[in-house]
Design a protein around this ligand. Structure first.
Ligand SMILES: Nc1ncnc2c1ncn2[C@@H]1O[C@H](COP(=O)(O)OP(=O)(O)OP(=O)(O)O)[C@@H](O)[C@H]1O
Length: 300
């Protein structure tokens, strides 16, 4: 279960635009891997080369050590590609869409109901695709990628254009796909999505991979202080500044903010002073990582 995916010095240019510029990384079997970057970073181009839908101008894509652009049926049967919702057949219900995709892929019949349940659409089986909500359509397109029970799924911006609630609901489904042992490779321009879901992320910008690592390691590598906030009525800025390990203490509209590289010591001291009311703790995020790497604010 789970397949290895390799991007090995991939190159793709459209005229003067280098959409993929020496893109290399490896996704291990069973990993949840994210390609993260702003619009136009080259995520879709890279994904399409990995899926074998676009032949690289340079370098090699490999799935389980083989070239996906050769379209070998045995390899194709082992991975799924999430189609955009516009690719549904006209006027078919969710169940009929899945039955049709299943027949096209030569999938084992009789899996449709289980699949509908897996993606949370059991109650909408008879609804036509065009009548489903945005989140439900995304679920259906994910189910279509799973009809042949693949070991690897590629998802291109699976939560784009969804409201925050629908996005979070979909995260649970994406986690389940990975928990069941499948390798998941997705693109996203949402930093917090990559942080919440991915074992590792490749941050892309202007066709290049800037860095690849776990979100936690990327953030740790920044050496940014943690910001600890508490209510003004439990601590003054001057008292905060006197705590060992506090680099700066200031008052903002919401309370007292302490910056520190030793958050455990500072929190212990705040607890000892019974000064934890209104507590908030904010560490660096992948947004800070992007800023550090590019010198630019992250704008998806
Ligand atoms: N078929 C094409 N012809 C010309 N230019 C293209 C084509 N496909 C992509 N590009 C350009 O290549 C660059 C990378 O595009 P790509 O779609 O891979 O980025 P992306 O990170 O997936 O962005 P988005 O989130 O907007 O889809 C962009 O500058 C885009 O305009």
């Amino acid at each position: 279960m789970g397949l290895r995916v390799e991007a090995d010095h991939l190159e793709m240019a459209y005229g003067a635009v280098r959409a993929a510029d020496d893109v290399s990384f490896t996704v291990e079997p069973g990993e949840f891997f994210g390609l993260l970057g702003p619009n136009g970073a080259g995520k879709t181009t890279t994904l399409e080369m990995l899926e074998g839908l676009r032949r690289p101008q340079g370098g090699q894509a490999r799935i389980d050590g083989r070239d996906p652009s050769k379209r070998e049926p045995e390899l194709l049967s082992r991975f799924g590609v999430q189609l955009q919702s516009s690719a549904f057949f006209d006027r078919l219900s969710a169940r009929e869409q899945l039955d049709t995709f299943g027949a096209l892929y030569g999938a084992e019949p009789g899996r449709t109901d289980a699949l509908l349940a897996e993606v949370g659409l059991a109650e909408h089986a008879g609804v036509r695709a065009e009548k489903l909500s945005g989140g439900q359509r995304q679920r259906l397109s994910i189910a279509c990628a799973l009809v042949h029970d693949p070991d690897l799924v590629f998802l291109d911006e699976p939560t784009a254009a969804l409201d925050p609630q629908a996005r979070r609901n979909l995260w649970d489904l994406l986690e389940q796909l990975n928990d069941s042992g499948r390798t998941v490779v997705l693109t996203t321009h949402y930093m917090e999505e990559a942080e919440a879901l991915c074992d590792r992320v490749a941050i892309m910008d202007h066709g290049r991979v800037l860095t690849v690592d776990t979100p936690a390691a990327l953030v740790r590598g920044l050496d940014r202080p943690v910001r600890i906030g508490v209510a003004t009525d439990v601590l003054s800025a001057a008292d905060g500044a006197s705590i060992g390990g506090v680099e700066e203490a200031s008052e903002d509209g919401d309370g007292i903010v302490l910056t520190t590289r030793r958050p455990a010591d500072v929190l212990t001291e705040l607890a000892a002073r019974d000064a934890l009311a209104g507590l908030s703790v904010r560490g660096a995020t992948l947004e800070d990582v992007f800023l550090e790497l590019t010198g630019r604010e992250y704008r998806a």
